[in-house]
Every structure is written in structure tokens, then in C-alpha cells.
Design a protein. Structure first.
Length: 120
């Protein structure tokens, strides 16, 4: 684990570089002194093992069923295994997945920001 400014852990935001929420998270974390990087899931695809681990920790809420990608999938595909769907279609992963190396958080919610010790 790399450290910056004392005891702040390296944070990886797993998301999409075109995602406004991911960009907001990246900006706020950087401004508040965190060593942070954005991993674009299209440029640096996730493995099935990664998604399975995230799914075990975060549950079914990580499948973004409100996305255009989801709506564009045929019903028989949507009925498949959610981990397989998220590996094949990274836009179906709710963003960002915030990885502090010891903890995972899903989404850029007030609860996530509070858990990271951020102030708005």
C-alpha cells in the first residue's frame, strides 16, 4: 500500500473516465490529499475473479439496472448471471467501486464520503 500525506491509503476508483460521478469523486479525493487513481473499466477490463469478489462484498446492488446498457440487453441476457454480465459489460457496474485496499464502497454516496473522512 502506498501512503501519501501521513496515513492516507491509496484509493482506486473503479469506474469509467466518461462518468461524471467518477470524475467528481476523483477531484474531491485529490483535493483532500488522497493518493487516488481512476481505473477505467473499459481501458483496463476487470477479471471475473475481481467482479466476483466485489459482488461477494457488495451484493446485487452493484449491478446497475438503470443504465442504458441494461435497457439495451435482451431479456434472456438480463436473466443470466450478474457477475458474467458485469464482466462482459463494465457499464453495468454501479460506479464508482471505491477500493481503499482494506475496504470497498459502492457509489459516491454521502455514506461513502463519510467513511473516507471527506468533507464536502
Amino acid at each position: 500500500m502506498s501512503l501519501k500525506m501521513g496515513d492516507l491509503p491509496m484509493i482506486v476508483l473503479h469506474g469509467l473516465k466518461a462518468c461524471d460521478t467518477c470524475r467528481k469523486a476523483l477531484k474531491l479525493l485529490s483535493l483532500q490529499g488522497h493518493d487516488v487513481r481512476l481505473r477505467d473499466l473499459r481501458d483496463d477490463p476487470v477479471t471475473r475473479a475481481e467482479v466476483a469478489d466485489w459482488h461477494d462484498a457488495l451484493g446485487d446492488t452493484m449491478l446497475n439496472t438503470r443504465s442504458m446498457t441494461w435497457r439495451g440487453l435482451p431479456e434472456e441476457v438480463r436473466a443470466g448471471d450478474s457477475v458474467t454480465l458485469m464482466v462482459a459489460h463494465p457499464a453495468l457496474i454501479k460506479r464508482p467501486v471505491v477500493d481503499t485496499d482494506t475496504t470497498l464502497h459502492l457509489g459516491w454516496t454521502q455514506a461513502t464520503r463519510a467513511a473516507l473522512g471527506l468533507t464536502d
